[in-house]
Design a protein around this ligand. Sequence first.
Ligand SMILES: *Cc1c(COP(=O)(O)O)cnc(C)c1O
Length: 365
Amino acid sequence: MQPKSNIVHLPVYQPGKPIEDVKRELGLTEVTKLASNENPFGCSELAKQAIMNEIGNTSVYPDGAAVALTDTLASQLGVGKDQLIFGAGSDEVILMIARAFLVKGDETIMADETFAQYKHNAEIENAAIIEVPLKDGKHDLPAMLAKVTDRSKIVWICNPNNPTGTIVTKEELDVFMAQVPASVLVVLDEAYCEYIDDPSYPDGVDYVKAYPNVIALRTFSKIYGLASLRIGYGIGRPDIIRFVNQVREPFNTTRYAQAAARAALGDHAFVQSCRDRNAEGLRYLQEQFDRLGLSHFPAYGNFVMFDAQRPSAIVFEELLKKGIITRARWTYYPTHIRITVGSREQNEKFIQALEQVLQEVAVQA
Ligand SMILES: *Cc1c(COP(=O)(O)O)cnc(C)c1O
């Protein structure tokens, strides 16, 4: 038996180490996971209540079209109801976009390095992957534009970029959009947009309104704190959304996810409080990296990538022994670590552990 030849070499996704595994393996009682950009403040109480209210309907299929959630979100965003598509996380929207648009021979352009799911799903569809190196940790949009050919189908822009955390500005995106052919779909992955109030950060909804070839992706996994429910969405022109909908599984988002997402959209106080506490945490971490003489990329989401100036695999292991799970081993950044902004207490615990590790591990020349 042979699978599709193009998937044979694909790795199985390696998630951030689960807390329970780390506790067991290292005999630790307290472990802090700052590896997967999860919300350290949990989720809205309204979302929890909405899940409880759905428990009695567990035996009934969800509304495949997510009508109630679509209504709420469309009016909040100021877009048409036919401009939204929901997925089991925005990961599934990425999968559906690849499934709907890419065939063998198509080219798809992305940064290197960036969120792994663009490449992963494009490889499954047998598309040719064109990776364009980051420049100072940022998307190099002019270089990406230069790679566009008549075989190009999708350009993926991760904004802010995971793992580096840098953003593409309005000005940069405007120049890019003015030149990219309308036949090329531009995916703006905005998983962290709700954290950002920098005026130079572009709002994907504006670009969906201005251009026929844009789809913006957002998620309930990050600021809304609903990662385990698996729900995210895409915003685009109705014709693009229709194509993506055509490849969607009938019941791809659950009742709990839809109900909790809808409730979470209404809890503006929770979102604001997460945004404020995250901004405070970002400030704290960046100040501490400066104090320790460690450079870092400018951060906009709920994570920071910094240069530990030592092999990141070793720093990762040493932090792990002190009960802190981080993300390391980036292809082009062998001494960098990506750290999620935690609660104040978690951030302080991390900095304490990092200071000790920096003393224990020799600087890489
Ligand atoms: C977390 C993340 C996502 C998706 O998360 P889901 O849980 O699948 O919604 C998408 N893109 C980026 C860049 C992310 O960091």
